[in-house]
Design a protein. Structure first.
Lengths: 293, 375
């Protein structure tokens, strides 16, 4: 497992909002150690039985947490992320969708300068099944096991996790890095953690059209990752020039096509599944090979 | 949101980036009121690239010549984009052309300058281009560094650096995705001017720039009526050519569903991503938008509830079926509150498909049955 485990303490920024409170409840129900919430002006109150603080600094000092999950509105996200970083956050999971990309870029610059980790924005979060869920993923479809997953999509991750779980293939950790063009953790950073993780035997990489992150990941895997990787690319039939839901999912100037990504993976010797159920099939074959080796 | 050249230049001017004197007209006879001297440049204002190649820029020797050309230019349609107006500028004597733009780089995760000592070019196909990551926080020396890197010297180095700094500050303060000057010209009188400009404003940031309030309605020109309707409802719709209407939650899942439809021999009629957490009302509007496509023969709904509650979706489906009992509907629904949803839909007689591939196969099969056949 990577990034989070049963001992990870989390605070929730925006815990008293509609989204924040609903998911605070669900994270606690899953077993995540949610130790505090942050809403300026509501310090001293409680939500779902946990204390609410006015500032992240107070929340971190009082609870010993160094991980924050952010559920604030888009225009407040840069400030919320900066506050968490300056308070000493080591891991920030930024769920909010619709953050102006320049704000995301400013946050990414600070994250890099501080050597912290940022997952998101516009992401479903991260889960180490059976131990810790941070974000909005539906915990019930995940199961503990040997498959590490990294993905730009939320619901597609659930689809593929469901296919894996129903085939008896559990997951070590699933990271949804988000669908925005400017984001914190990308494939490479997640892969670099999975490749050294003892529990992860097979890695699933879920990509989509737009940008060149998958092509870069293919080169990184070829050079650095010895574990088997199974890839899936969404948007093989997407028309060029149209933004397919995610801000980052667009084929522009002939770049970012599914074809180019699939070719890059195949050239690097990585199996590319054509359907979500085929991902499970390829992973099952790969785990058998790992077991034999 | 893409701006017209004349709008971009107005904003350039407000930020201290010099542009040629100009006048905008929407009727040929308005040319009589233009006192910029001849020869003049007449440029169609369209939201499409390839304007020059399509003949959208003409020169006029005198008023008569100008009026004749303006009449034709105002009727021009370039790549489906209608001419909004004409921008009239004096024809300038150009000593040198330079390219300059600021945009965001996905791979690096930061803003970048793109510049070239050759302007008026297609930047994608040019080789003599400098790409420079922009540090945050910004400093004015960055503009000088850029000028140096593209080989400028002397007075021009300083003038260019100043413009680059102003362009970046404009880019940052107005939340732009792209600010481009192509070409930036040096006239024979050593004036440095933005001869053509392009500004793309980030849609996600529009809400915090009151100066652009209401602009989106007048700038969504490349969208169909249903695409506009979706945008207003907070849904992501892309029109496609086939007859299977697709409604899912989440961009990746919608694309994957679309790919599966095609892989099983069907033709997607649209891509509609209802996003996360859509409630009954939003889901119902999404269904209506897909339903309203005249080419649509069958609707395929694939919802995997993370933050979307299945019972809210089920309520929308029940309401939709009451309104349109004749519509063929294939539904796959899993996730939060799935059991409640299943019960509601069983009562209304709708069969649910728990497996995605089975649902897609059924939708493809139904799309090949002649219209009018029962669901």
């Amino acid at each position: 497992m990577i990034l989070i485990n049963k001992d990870t303490k989390v605070i929730v920024q925006g815990a008293t909002g509609k989204m924040g409170s609903a998911h605070t409840k669900r994270m606690i129900a899953y077993g995540t150690k949610v130790v505090g919430g942050v809403t300026p002006g509501k310090g001293g109150t409680k939500i779902e039985g946990i204390p609410v603080f006015d500032t992240v600094k107070e929340a971190f000092q009082a609870t010993g947490a160094t991980t924050s999950v952010i559920f604030v509105p888009p225009f407040l996200a840069l400030d919320a992320g900066s506050e968490a970083l300056d308070a000493g956050a080591e891991l920030i999971v930024l769920i909010t969708e619709g953050i102006p990309p320049q704000d995301a870029a400013k946050l990414v610059a600070q994250v890099k300068a501080k050597g912290a980790k940022l997952i998101g924005p516009n992401c479903p979060g991260v889960i180490t099944p059976g131990e810790c869920l941070i974000g909005i993923l539906p915990g019930s479809i995940f199961k503990s096991g040997p498959v590490g997953m990294v993905s730009r999509s939320g619901t597609l991750t659930y689809e593929i996790a469901l296919a894996l779980t129903e085939s008896g293939l559990g997951q070590s950790t699933c990271v949804g890095v988000g669908g925005d063009p400017i984001k914190g953790m990308g494939y490479e950073e997640a892969l670099s953690l999975f490749k050294d993780d003892a529990k992860t035997e097979v890695i699933v990489l879920i990509g989509e059209i737009g940008g060149t992150a998958e092509e870069e990941a293919a080169a990184y895997i070829k050079a650095n990752v010895k574990k088997p990787v199974v890839a899936y690319i969404a948007g093989q039939t997407a028309p060029p020039g149209k933004r397919m839901g995610h801000a980052g999912a667009i084929i522009s100037g002939g770049k970012g096509t599914a074809q180019s990504k699939i070719e890059a993976f195949e050239k690097a010797g990585i199996k590319v599944a054509k359907t979500p159920s085929e991902v499970a099939k390829f992973v099952a074959e790969a785990t058998k090979q790992v077991a034999r080796a | 949101m893409n701006l017209y050249e004349w709008e971009a230049k107005k904003i350039f001017q407000e930020h201290g980036i010099p542009v040629p004197p100009s006048h905008r007209i929407t009727k040929p006879e308005e040319l009589r009121k233009v006192h910029l001297g001849y020869p003049l440049t007449l440029k169609v204002q369209v939201q499409s690239g390839g304007r020059g190649k399509a003949g959208g820029i003409q020169f006029a020797q005198d008023l008569k010549d100008g009026e004749t050309k303006a009449k034709d230019l105002l009727k021009m349609v370039i790549n489906g984009s209608k001419t909004e107006s004409l921008l009239i500028e004096p024809r300038l004597k150009i000593a040198r052309e330079i390219y300059l733009s600021v945009t965001l780089d996905r791979s690096r995760g930061c803003a970048i300058f793109i510049a070239s000592a050759e302007g008026g070019i297609e930047i994608e196909s040019s080789t003599n281009v400098v790409t420079m990551p922009i540090p945050y926080p910004y400093h004015d020396y960055v503009g000088r560094d850029l000028a140096k890197q593209i080989g400028l010297t002397g007075n021009l180095l300083n003038k260019f650096a100043d413009l680059a700094n102003r362009l970046y500050k404009l880019f940052e303060s107005k939340d732009l995705e792209l600010a481009e000057i192509n070409p930036l010209i040096v006239t024979d009188g050593d004036e440095v001017l933005a001869l053509d400009g392009k500004i793309t404003i980030c849609d996600d940031a529009l809400g915090r720039h009151k100066c652009f309030a209401g602009w989106q309605e007048t700038h969504m020109l490349d969208l169909s009526d249903r695409e506009k309707r979706s945008k207003r409802a907070g849904l992501n719709l892309v029109e496609l050519d086939g007859n299977i209407g697709i409604l899912c939650n989440g961009a990746g899942l919608t694309m994957a569903t679309m790919d599966l439809v095609k892989a099983f021999g069907g033709q997607p009629g649209n891509f509609l991503d209802a996003g996360g957490g859509s409630d009954t009302e939003k889901t119902l509007e999404a269904l209506e938008i897909v339903h309203d496509n005249p080419k649509c023969d069958v609707i395929l709904v694939n919802i995997l509830g993370g933050i979307t509650a299945c019972d809210e979706v089920a309520q929308a489906l029940v309401a939709f079926m009451k309104r349109h009992p004749e519509r063929k509907l294939i539904v796959r629904l899993r996730g939060n509150n799935q059991d409640v949803a299943e019960k509601m839909l069983a009562e209304s007689g709708l069969k649910l498909y728990p497996e995605l591939e089975a649902a897609v196969k059924q939708a493809v099969e139904q799309s090949k049955v002649p219209a009018g056949a029962k669901r």
